[in-house]
Design a protein around this ligand. Structure first.
Ligand SMILES: Cc1cc2nc3c(=O)[nH]c(=O)nc-3n(C[C@H](O)[C@H](O)[C@H](O)COP(=O)(O)OP(=O)(O)OC[C@H]3O[C@@H](n4cnc5c(N)ncnc54)[C@H](O)[C@@H]3O)c2cc1C
Length: 374
């Protein structure tokens, strides 16, 4: 948390977190969970007070996401909220003007509107800068967007989409522009929910833009500013999208320890066998190391010192440790790993997904290697 925040603040925040945990405990099957959690202030924690946020910083926001995931046991909902916080709210905070803050940022932070970030296209995944959705400005100053997006987290429910489109040929550095597009805008068609095998509760869809007319006032970051908007979103998303998984790992570790202490084979608890104990120690190490790196990154962001290399390293490290953890988890349960109540195979699927969203592990590796001068 920020240096100026006092012991008093920490006590107050600890009390707030306890309230969030109590609420999260009741969130399991509740459709209104997004609004309830948002109304507690989770989505606005990192935003500065001047922009209507709580101004308590990134470390506090990540602690809240972790606590919410741990207590609720939900993976999709905190992932979807984190996606909005880092890929929609952060660019709005950085590049939005007062009118855009009032119109878009305030309802997103309050949870009265849901946001989605739409950059990926069918032919432009890792090669994102090759995206082909076009935006052309007409004589009346308004923009016409045409193209298709996919893998849009929150797509089925979002009220506002942050869409990246090409406004000039040539280098993506100068050829992309970001637009804020409301759900009801004519020409914006939302595809059906994409079936997936991970992150239950998070909804993804495609988007189709068919001569979708957007006001010039809804450009974010200026014409040709799309690359900067994208980089800003990715800097925060890569750093912090995995904060909820720390809570999921903590919950899974606790549940697994209870299991190996209570289940007996060959007349002894599973937890007395060295192979089982070593698995749990390795899982504990993975969680500890993932947590240390993510929170050190959050403290850097709170000092205004978050760079792309560090964000990629955080994403790569936390997702790698999450995968290591989940490789061990099913083996503590044997056949019972296949029962939904252990959550072991569902978490393994989430771990696999974490290698792909916000840029694949290969792409994070590429960014880190370039940072090393390779
Ligand atoms: C759960 C989830 C949520 C998502 N949410 C969003 C969202 O809200 N908004 C959004 O815009 N996008 C979103 N995405 C899309 C995500 O960013 C892409 O899936 C990701 O960038 C990878 O693109 P791809 O899936 O097309 O894989 P591909 O680019 O087809 O890659 C396939 C494989 O090839 C590898 N590869 C590709 N190029 C190279 C290379 N040059 N060298 C070595 N290996 C390479 C990749 O690392 C990967 O292993 C989401 C994805 C998921 C899974």
């Amino acid at each position: 948390m920020k240096d100026h925040q006092s012991h008093l603040f920490e006590e107050e925040f600890t009390g707030w977190l306890a309230g969030l945990r109590a609420l999260a405990d009741k969130c399991r099957e509740d459709d209104g969970a997004w609004r309830k959690v948002a109304s507690q202030g989770l989505l606005s924690l990192a935003a500065p007070e001047a922009a209507g946020g709580a101004g308590v910083g990134y470390e506090a926001a990540c602690l809240a996401l972790e606590a919410f995931a741990e207590e609720s046991g939900l993976s999709g909902l905190p992932f979807a909220m984190a996606a909005q916080m880092w890929a929609c709210q952060e660019p709005l905070l950085e590049f939005g003007n007062k009118a855009q803050h009032d119109r878009y940022l305030a309802p997103l932070m309050a949870g009265t509107a849901v946001g989605a970030f739409a950059a990926t296209e069918y032919d432009s995944g890792s090669d994102l800068l090759s995206l082909r959705t076009r935006a052309d400005q007409h004589g009346d100053g308004r923009w016409r967007l045409s193209g298709a997006k996919t893998f849009v987290t929150n797509g089925p429910t979002a009220d506002v989409f942050l869409i990246l489109a090409r406004t000039a040929e040539g280098s993506a550095l100068f050829g992309l522009t970001a637009f804020l597009v409301r759900r009801e805008t004519p020409g914006l068609h939302i595809g059906k929910v994409i079936d997936k095998t991970a992150l239950a509760g998070a909804q993804l869809s495609s988007l189709h833009l068919d001569d979708c007319v957007v006001d010039d006032a809804d450009r974010l970051g200026g014409t040709s500013g799309g690359f900067a908007v994208l980089m800003h979103a990715m800097r925060y998303e890569r750093a912090f999208i995995l904060a909820p998984t720390l809570g999921l790992m903590a919950g899974a570790l606790r549940q697994a320890i209870e299991h190996v202490r209570s289940r007996t084979q060959f007349g002894q608890p599973l937890g007395s066998y060295e192979t089982i104990r070593q698995r749990l120690v390795r899982m504990h190490m993975s969680l500890t190391s993932a947590r240390e790196v993510l929170y050190a990154t959050a403290r850097r962001a709170d000092r205004g010192a978050l760079d792309h290399g560090r964000s990629s390293l955080t994403k790569l490290h936390v997702s790698t440790e999450f995968n290591r953890f989940c490789q061990e988890l099913p083996d503590l349960y044997g056949g019972y790993a296949l029962l939904p109540e252990t959550g072991a195979t569902a978490l393994l699927a989430d771990a696999v997904a974490s290698r792909y969203y916000s840029g694949t592990s290969d792409m994070q590796m590429k960014i880190i290697a370039e940072g090393l001068g390779l």
